[in-house]
Design a protein around this ligand. Sequence first.
Ligand code: SME
Length: 155
Amino acid sequence: MDKEAQYAQARARLRSLIEGETDDIALMATIVCELHHGLDHFDWTGFYRVVEPGLLKIGPYQGTHGCLSIPFERGVCGKCARERATQLVPDVSRLPFHIACSSSTRSEIVVPVLDRRGAVRAVLDVDSDTLDAFDATDAERLEEICGWLGQALRD
Ligand code: SME
């Protein structure tokens, strides 16, 4: 299956799985699980949640362990939270502020999760062991899914 077909399948499964769910962690865990196992180029998939002003904390996620806490001023995840905009990193070795949680990671995408009020509540971080694994299709599909999550999050 190509990437588009994998996203289409994950999207359809997710829509039915998360329909009516109101628990933040159940939503995030299900999204991470379906994406991680449904997309061949995803080697680490997880959310970092805003737990206090300026601080991201890990979870839910799938893959080997990641850093537990990321302040907004650090890493690609912090930049995503600060700027509230998707970050595409084709080659992590060329980005000095990238935080390496796994030495096998070659590229990365981070997408913000904005709630109904427009506040950043989390970021979705996906790492790949392949160089240049993510493109505009990934950004578009993941932004849609993070949009569903953001609308569903409790105040
Ligand atoms: N690479 C991220 C850190 C999280 S781990 O990759 C799981 C960053 O630079 O923010």
